[in-house]
Design a protein around this ligand. Structure first.
Ligand SMILES: N[C@@H](Cc1c[nH]cn1)C(=O)NCC(=O)O
Length: 404
């Protein structure tokens, strides 16, 4: 399982850059929403539907991506996935109507669905078992940081050069990454070609779905990840402006602190976990502390931007522990099934978050625009994650024992 030399680092860099690239393509339409809506003559709801096509394909593809990776390896799948993702961005930029733009968005989501799980697959198969949590945290951090910085940079370029030029430039950057991936992606020496596999294509998904513990871990990951997606990804800005009286710009700054914290926290939790050789208690304590931190950020009656930013950074930092759910899940079974198991946990986590976003909105509406009750869902999810984590069994298949 251990390989020396620079090759594995190059391969990990390519897949991590793909994750960064797809995260930029994911949020890119939101950086120019009114211009894109005007170009395709869409109202807000129609624009939201167009942008969300990305997730319609991204979430269900996760399982298929995991199965394909376990069968064929990353070398055959990652380069074409980058090409499809980049091609989708260019099609969106050149589309003459909303239907063609929708096909472009679909292609972007389809290609993008290979990036996160593909990166963790590479970490699993190219690096020693004792570094999985740390390096998967690094992959997550690259995506979060690159996007936080990239979104700010792209917003100002869009203002000067127009969204279509920026989409074209992003698409071309993706094509460059595709060529690099085509030239340098490799399978690890012990990779078993698909034709020589002795198990059926569907076996890994059977193993994942029939293991109640994998379901438990996936639910814990969903509950632990929920506030990052719901508050960080959608409602944070509105809550901070309404309940804390922050200006939209200050609210955006404070919300972005969650992602800076998450980047640092993913690495810190991964390092600590690999260093101690332990996952369970870091997840239990991490989820519990995150619940306190988010509760303080939301319910403290303060309009201090530095204080709220610090609390949200801390919440994101402590939220980094959710990445360990991928480690603890895939370690239960042979490395041959890791891609599918990681993808399964990711699919439930993303799917759950997409349910919680509208649910929180519905609770806000029921309370005539008041956020107090709706925000209680965040500590409720985090405390449930901490309690459920007490049931975790830190079991390791021999494939995942460091040094073997
Ligand atoms: N950290 C994951 C989401 C998750 C699922 N379960 C626990 N966390 C993530 O950021 N995935 C990236 C993606 O969008 O695929």
């Amino acid at each position: 399982m251990r390989h020396h030399g620079n090759m594995k680092w190059l391969i990990l860099t390519i897949t991590a850059l793909f994750f960064l690239f797809e995260f930029v393509t994911r949020i890119e339409p939101s950086l120019a929403n009114s211009e894109i809506a005007a170009r395709f003559q869409l109202n807000n709801a129609q624009f939201g539907t167009l942008a969300s096509i990305f997730f319609w394909i991204y979430a269900p593809m996760q399982l298929i991506v995991g199965l394909l990776l376990d069968r064929f390896g990353a070398r055959r799948l990652i380069p074409p996935a980058i090409l499809v993702c980049a091609g989708g961005v260019i099609l969106f930029a050149t589309a003459g109507n909303a239907y063609i733009a929708g096909i472009g968005r679909f292609a972007t989501g389809l290609g993008a669905s290979f990036a996160f799980v593909g990166s963790l697959y590479v970490v699993n198969h190219w690096f020693g078992a004792g570094r999985f949590a740390l390096l998967s945290g690094v992959v997550n951090a690259v995506g979060m940081l690159g996007t936080a910085i990239g979104a700010v940079a792209l917003t100002s370029v869009i203002a000067t050069s127009g969204w279509q030029n920026v989409f074209w430039a992003t698409g071309i950057a993706g094509l460059v990454l595709f060529v690099i991936a085509l030239l340098f992606m490799r399978d690890p020496p012990e990779h078993v070609p698909a034709s020589k596999k002795t198990t059926s294509f569907i076996t890994p998904v059977r193993v994942a779905v029939r293991d109640p513990h994998i379901w438990l871990i996936a639910v814990i990951g969903t509950l632990y990840y929920m506030p990052i997606n719901v508050f960080g990804g959608l409602w944070g800005n509105a809550e901070l402006t309404k309940d804390h009286g922050l200006s939209p710009v200050h609210a955006e700054t404070a919300v972005s602190m969650i992602f800076w914290g998450l980047a640092a926290g993913s690495i810190a939790a991964g390092w600590l976990s690999d260093h101690l050789g332990h996952r369970k208690w870091i997840i239990v304590i991490g989820a519990f502390l995150t619940s306190i931190s988010f509760t303080a950020a939301v319910y403290l009656p303060t309009s201090s931007v530095p204080l709220l930013s610090a609390l949200l950074f801390l919440s994101g930092f402590l939220g980094g522990g959710q990445m360990l759910t991928f480690s603890i899940a895939k370690e239960r079974h042979t490395a041959d099934y890791s891609g599918t198991i990681i993808a399964f946990v990711n699919m439930i986590g993303i799917g759950g978050a997409l349910i919680f976003q509208p649910l929180v909105g519905a609770i806000v509406d029921l309370n005539n625009g008041d956020f107090a009750w709706a925000m209680l869902t965040m500590p409720a999810c985090l405390l449930s994650a901490a309690l459920l984590s007490l049931l975790l069994i830190d079991k390791r298949h021999p494939d995942h024992i460091p040094g073997r």
